[in-house]
Design a protein around this ligand. Structure first.
Ligand code: ZN
Length: 317
Protein backbone atom coordinates (compact mmCIF):
# COMPACT_ATOMS: atom_id res chain seq x y z
CA UNK A 1 0.00 0.00 0.00
CA UNK A 2 1.32 3.43 -0.92
CA UNK A 3 0.45 6.04 1.67
CA UNK A 4 0.80 9.80 1.34
CA UNK A 5 4.29 11.37 1.38
CA UNK A 6 3.94 13.77 4.30
CA UNK A 7 2.61 17.31 4.24
CA UNK A 8 2.16 19.19 0.96
CA UNK A 9 0.69 22.47 2.24
CA UNK A 10 -1.51 23.89 4.98
CA UNK A 11 -4.16 26.49 4.26
CA UNK A 12 -5.53 28.82 6.92
CA UNK A 13 -7.97 31.73 7.13
CA UNK A 14 -6.49 35.19 7.70
CA UNK A 15 -7.71 38.71 8.38
CA UNK A 16 -6.65 41.62 6.13
CA UNK A 17 -4.22 40.51 3.40
CA UNK A 18 -1.61 43.24 3.96
CA UNK A 19 -1.27 42.33 7.66
CA UNK A 20 -0.92 38.68 6.67
CA UNK A 21 1.85 39.56 4.18
CA UNK A 22 3.63 41.76 6.72
CA UNK A 23 3.71 38.94 9.23
CA UNK A 24 4.54 35.87 7.12
CA UNK A 25 6.90 37.51 4.60
CA UNK A 26 8.04 40.41 6.78
CA UNK A 27 8.38 39.05 10.33
CA UNK A 28 8.65 35.30 9.70
CA UNK A 29 10.65 35.87 6.51
CA UNK A 30 8.98 33.26 4.32
CA UNK A 31 8.93 33.87 0.58
CA UNK A 32 5.62 34.86 -1.00
CA UNK A 33 5.80 32.36 -3.87
CA UNK A 34 2.36 32.91 -5.33
CA UNK A 35 -0.09 35.80 -5.24
CA UNK A 36 -3.33 34.45 -6.61
CA UNK A 37 -7.03 34.26 -5.80
CA UNK A 38 -9.25 31.68 -4.17
CA UNK A 39 -10.39 29.75 -7.23
CA UNK A 40 -13.85 29.21 -5.73
CA UNK A 41 -14.12 32.85 -4.54
CA UNK A 42 -11.98 34.96 -6.91
CA UNK A 43 -12.71 38.20 -5.01
CA UNK A 44 -10.39 36.89 -2.25
CA UNK A 45 -6.63 36.56 -2.45
CA UNK A 46 -4.90 33.23 -2.06
CA UNK A 47 -1.40 33.93 -0.72
CA UNK A 48 1.24 31.20 -0.67
CA UNK A 49 4.36 31.38 1.55
CA UNK A 50 7.15 28.83 1.25
CA UNK A 51 10.89 28.34 0.91
CA UNK A 52 12.67 30.06 -1.99
CA UNK A 53 11.64 27.39 -4.47
CA UNK A 54 8.12 26.84 -3.20
CA UNK A 55 8.69 23.12 -2.82
CA UNK A 56 5.89 20.85 -1.60
CA UNK A 57 6.03 20.54 2.18
CA UNK A 58 7.22 24.10 2.73
CA UNK A 59 4.03 25.86 1.78
CA UNK A 60 1.64 27.71 4.14
CA UNK A 61 -1.22 29.43 2.34
CA UNK A 62 -3.99 31.81 3.38
CA UNK A 63 -7.43 32.95 2.34
CA UNK A 64 -7.81 36.46 3.79
CA UNK A 65 -11.51 36.39 4.68
CA UNK A 66 -11.32 39.39 7.01
CA UNK A 67 -15.10 39.64 7.40
CA UNK A 68 -15.44 36.19 9.04
CA UNK A 69 -15.97 35.84 12.79
CA UNK A 70 -13.29 34.20 14.97
CA UNK A 71 -13.29 30.39 14.89
CA UNK A 72 -15.04 28.22 17.44
CA UNK A 73 -12.46 25.95 18.99
CA UNK A 74 -13.48 22.33 19.17
CA UNK A 75 -13.09 18.89 17.70
CA UNK A 76 -13.01 18.26 13.97
CA UNK A 77 -10.66 21.20 13.40
CA UNK A 78 -6.92 21.64 13.07
CA UNK A 79 -5.76 23.91 15.86
CA UNK A 80 -2.09 24.74 15.30
CA UNK A 81 0.40 25.03 12.44
CA UNK A 82 3.96 23.91 13.21
CA UNK A 83 6.89 25.31 11.24
CA UNK A 84 10.43 23.90 11.24
CA UNK A 85 13.34 26.16 12.20
CA UNK A 86 17.05 25.30 12.61
CA UNK A 87 18.35 23.88 15.89
CA UNK A 88 19.47 26.65 18.22
CA UNK A 89 17.43 29.41 16.55
CA UNK A 90 14.56 29.82 19.03
CA UNK A 91 16.21 32.58 21.09
CA UNK A 92 16.62 34.61 17.90
CA UNK A 93 13.00 33.96 16.95
CA UNK A 94 11.62 34.87 20.39
CA UNK A 95 13.49 38.19 20.29
CA UNK A 96 12.48 38.97 16.69
CA UNK A 97 8.81 38.11 17.24
CA UNK A 98 8.53 40.20 20.39
CA UNK A 99 10.28 43.12 18.69
CA UNK A 100 7.45 43.16 16.16
CA UNK A 101 4.75 42.85 18.80
CA UNK A 102 3.94 39.15 18.53
CA UNK A 103 2.86 37.26 21.63
CA UNK A 104 5.05 34.20 22.22
CA UNK A 105 4.81 31.48 24.86
CA UNK A 106 7.60 30.23 27.10
CA UNK A 107 9.93 27.83 25.26
CA UNK A 108 8.77 24.25 25.77
CA UNK A 109 9.80 20.74 24.78
CA UNK A 110 7.49 18.46 22.83
CA UNK A 111 8.45 14.96 21.79
CA UNK A 112 12.09 15.87 22.52
CA UNK A 113 12.17 19.02 20.39
CA UNK A 114 12.34 22.63 21.50
CA UNK A 115 9.22 24.57 20.56
CA UNK A 116 8.20 28.24 20.66
CA UNK A 117 4.44 28.77 20.46
CA UNK A 118 3.06 32.07 19.18
CA UNK A 119 -0.17 33.58 17.93
CA UNK A 120 -0.20 35.30 14.55
CA UNK A 121 -1.81 38.76 14.15
CA UNK A 122 -5.18 37.19 13.31
CA UNK A 123 -5.31 34.60 16.08
CA UNK A 124 -3.83 31.56 14.33
CA UNK A 125 -1.80 29.36 16.68
CA UNK A 126 1.64 28.71 15.21
CA UNK A 127 4.61 26.92 16.74
CA UNK A 128 8.24 27.07 15.65
CA UNK A 129 9.88 23.67 16.14
CA UNK A 130 13.65 23.21 16.18
CA UNK A 131 15.02 20.39 14.05
CA UNK A 132 18.46 19.42 12.76
CA UNK A 133 19.24 20.16 9.12
CA UNK A 134 18.37 17.43 6.68
CA UNK A 135 15.26 18.20 4.72
CA UNK A 136 15.36 19.62 1.21
CA UNK A 137 15.28 23.39 1.62
CA UNK A 138 16.22 26.44 -0.45
CA UNK A 139 16.96 29.57 1.58
CA UNK A 140 15.25 32.81 0.47
CA UNK A 141 18.03 35.31 -0.16
CA UNK A 142 15.55 38.15 -0.72
CA UNK A 143 14.01 37.83 2.73
CA UNK A 144 14.60 39.61 6.05
CA UNK A 145 15.91 36.54 7.98
CA UNK A 146 19.45 35.17 7.59
CA UNK A 147 19.60 31.82 5.77
CA UNK A 148 20.80 29.87 8.82
CA UNK A 149 17.70 30.90 10.84
CA UNK A 150 15.00 30.72 8.20
CA UNK A 151 11.85 28.67 8.44
CA UNK A 152 12.54 25.52 6.42
CA UNK A 153 8.96 24.48 5.87
CA UNK A 154 6.01 22.80 7.52
CA UNK A 155 6.73 20.60 10.51
CA UNK A 156 3.17 19.46 11.23
CA UNK A 157 -0.20 20.34 12.67
CA UNK A 158 -2.42 19.57 15.64
CA UNK A 159 -6.00 18.34 15.40
CA UNK A 160 -8.69 17.66 17.99
CA UNK A 161 -10.98 14.69 17.53
CA UNK A 162 -14.22 13.51 19.13
CA UNK A 163 -13.62 9.84 18.25
CA UNK A 164 -9.97 8.86 18.00
CA UNK A 165 -10.60 5.34 16.70
CA UNK A 166 -12.30 6.34 13.46
CA UNK A 167 -9.70 9.00 12.62
CA UNK A 168 -6.81 6.69 13.50
CA UNK A 169 -8.13 4.04 11.12
CA UNK A 170 -8.10 6.45 8.19
CA UNK A 171 -4.68 7.86 9.10
CA UNK A 172 -2.98 4.48 9.40
CA UNK A 173 -4.95 2.14 7.13
CA UNK A 174 -5.85 4.47 4.30
CA UNK A 175 -3.20 7.22 4.32
CA UNK A 176 -0.19 5.26 5.62
CA UNK A 177 0.65 7.30 8.74
CA UNK A 178 2.69 5.59 11.46
CA UNK A 179 2.26 6.20 15.17
CA UNK A 180 5.42 7.88 16.47
CA UNK A 181 4.63 8.32 20.16
CA UNK A 182 2.34 9.75 22.82
CA UNK A 183 2.91 12.63 25.22
CA UNK A 184 0.61 14.69 27.49
CA UNK A 185 -2.54 13.39 25.80
CA UNK A 186 -1.28 13.92 22.27
CA UNK A 187 -0.66 11.04 19.87
CA UNK A 188 1.89 11.86 17.19
CA UNK A 189 1.58 10.31 13.73
CA UNK A 190 4.02 10.82 10.90
CA UNK A 191 6.30 9.30 8.33
CA UNK A 192 9.78 7.79 8.66
CA UNK A 193 11.29 9.77 5.78
CA UNK A 194 9.04 12.75 5.01
CA UNK A 195 8.29 15.93 6.99
CA UNK A 196 4.78 16.30 8.28
CA UNK A 197 3.62 15.10 11.69
CA UNK A 198 0.05 15.15 12.91
CA UNK A 199 -0.54 15.49 16.65
CA UNK A 200 -3.98 14.19 17.52
CA UNK A 201 -5.81 14.74 20.78
CA UNK A 202 -9.14 13.40 21.95
CA UNK A 203 -11.65 16.13 22.80
CA UNK A 204 -14.84 14.08 23.22
CA UNK A 205 -16.56 16.47 25.65
CA UNK A 206 -16.12 19.65 23.70
CA UNK A 207 -18.09 21.26 20.92
CA UNK A 208 -17.60 20.81 17.22
CA UNK A 209 -15.09 23.37 15.99
CA UNK A 210 -15.92 25.83 13.23
CA UNK A 211 -13.84 27.89 10.80
CA UNK A 212 -13.17 31.58 11.30
CA UNK A 213 -10.37 34.13 10.99
CA UNK A 214 -7.32 32.48 12.55
CA UNK A 215 -8.41 28.89 11.90
CA UNK A 216 -6.75 26.23 9.78
CA UNK A 217 -8.90 25.60 6.71
CA UNK A 218 -7.35 22.33 5.53
CA UNK A 219 -4.30 20.09 5.62
CA UNK A 220 -2.96 18.85 2.28
CA UNK A 221 -0.94 15.65 1.98
CA UNK A 222 1.55 14.89 -0.79
CA UNK A 223 1.04 12.35 -3.52
CA UNK A 224 3.53 11.68 -6.34
CA UNK A 225 1.19 12.12 -9.26
CA UNK A 226 -2.37 11.56 -10.39
CA UNK A 227 -2.07 7.76 -10.44
CA UNK A 228 -0.98 7.79 -6.79
CA UNK A 229 -3.77 10.25 -6.00
CA UNK A 230 -6.43 8.05 -7.63
CA UNK A 231 -5.12 4.98 -5.81
CA UNK A 232 -5.65 6.66 -2.42
CA UNK A 233 -8.90 8.23 -3.57
CA UNK A 234 -10.16 4.72 -4.38
CA UNK A 235 -9.26 3.47 -0.90
CA UNK A 236 -11.03 6.46 0.66
CA UNK A 237 -14.21 5.71 -1.27
CA UNK A 238 -14.02 2.04 -0.33
CA UNK A 239 -13.76 3.00 3.35
CA UNK A 240 -16.87 5.18 3.20
CA UNK A 241 -15.31 8.62 2.75
CA UNK A 242 -16.70 10.87 0.03
CA UNK A 243 -13.69 12.38 -1.76
CA UNK A 244 -14.23 15.02 -4.44
CA UNK A 245 -13.27 14.35 -8.04
CA UNK A 246 -9.76 15.45 -9.03
CA UNK A 247 -9.75 19.27 -9.22
CA UNK A 248 -7.15 21.09 -11.31
CA UNK A 249 -5.61 23.78 -9.06
CA UNK A 250 -3.18 24.56 -11.89
CA UNK A 251 -0.01 24.35 -9.71
CA UNK A 252 -1.11 20.93 -8.48
CA UNK A 253 -4.12 18.60 -8.71
CA UNK A 254 -6.31 18.20 -5.65
CA UNK A 255 -8.81 15.80 -4.12
CA UNK A 256 -10.59 16.92 -0.93
CA UNK A 257 -12.29 14.82 1.73
CA UNK A 258 -13.20 15.08 5.39
CA UNK A 259 -11.57 12.60 7.73
CA UNK A 260 -14.15 10.93 10.01
CA UNK A 261 -13.89 13.64 12.68
CA UNK A 262 -14.54 16.42 10.19
CA UNK A 263 -11.09 17.93 9.52
CA UNK A 264 -10.82 18.87 5.84
CA UNK A 265 -7.95 17.00 4.17
CA UNK A 266 -6.60 17.28 0.64
CA UNK A 267 -4.44 15.02 -1.50
CA UNK A 268 -2.19 17.26 -3.64
CA UNK A 269 0.21 16.23 -6.38
CA UNK A 270 3.83 17.41 -6.29
CA UNK A 271 3.63 18.86 -9.78
CA UNK A 272 3.52 20.88 -11.88
CA UNK A 273 4.56 23.40 -9.16
CA UNK A 274 4.67 27.16 -8.72
CA UNK A 275 7.26 27.86 -11.44
CA UNK A 276 4.96 26.56 -14.18
CA UNK A 277 3.61 30.06 -14.93
CA UNK A 278 6.23 32.44 -13.45
CA UNK A 279 9.95 33.05 -13.66
CA UNK A 280 11.37 31.39 -10.48
CA UNK A 281 13.29 34.64 -9.77
CA UNK A 282 10.05 36.65 -9.61
CA UNK A 283 7.57 34.34 -7.89
CA UNK A 284 4.79 36.13 -6.05
CA UNK A 285 5.51 39.64 -7.33
CA UNK A 286 2.38 40.02 -9.44
CA UNK A 287 -1.13 38.63 -9.39
CA UNK A 288 -1.23 35.28 -11.16
CA UNK A 289 -4.51 33.77 -12.28
CA UNK A 290 -5.20 30.31 -13.61
CA UNK A 291 -5.99 30.48 -17.37
CA UNK A 292 -9.74 30.08 -16.87
CA UNK A 293 -9.88 33.29 -14.78
CA UNK A 294 -7.70 35.44 -17.07
CA UNK A 295 -10.71 36.78 -18.97
CA UNK A 296 -11.97 38.33 -15.69
CA UNK A 297 -8.61 39.81 -14.65
CA UNK A 298 -9.69 43.48 -14.69
CA UNK A 299 -12.74 42.84 -12.48
CA UNK A 300 -10.78 40.60 -10.12
CA UNK A 301 -7.92 43.10 -9.71
CA UNK A 302 -10.37 45.88 -8.96
CA UNK A 303 -11.95 43.89 -6.14
CA UNK A 304 -8.66 43.02 -4.41
CA UNK A 305 -6.93 45.37 -1.94
CA UNK A 306 -3.44 46.53 -3.00
CA UNK A 307 -0.50 44.71 -1.39
CA UNK A 308 3.00 46.05 -0.81
CA UNK A 309 6.31 44.90 0.64
CA UNK A 310 7.10 48.39 1.96
CA UNK A 311 6.58 47.74 5.70
CA UNK A 312 9.56 48.16 8.02
CA UNK A 313 9.27 44.54 9.12
CA UNK A 314 10.63 43.46 5.76
CA UNK A 315 14.08 44.88 6.48
CA UNK A 316 16.77 42.27 7.22
CA UNK A 317 17.95 42.08 10.81
ZN1 ZN B 1 -5.13 23.14 -0.45
Amino acid sequence: MRGVNGLHHITAIAGPAQENLDFYAGVLGMRLVKRSVNQDDPGTYHLFYADAEGRPGSDLTFFPWAEMAPPRRGHGLATEVDLEVPDGSLAYWAERLQRYGTRVGAPETRFGRRVLALTDPHGLDVALVEAPAGRAFAAWEGGPVAADRQIRGLFGAQIWERDLAATTRVLTSTLGFQEIGTEHGWIRYGFPDAPGVLDVRAAPEGRRGAWGVGAVHHLAWRVDDEAHQLEIRGRLEASGREPTPVIDRFWFRSVYFREPGGVLFELATDGPGFAVDEDPAHLGETLVLPPWLEADRATIEQALPPLSFSAAAHARS
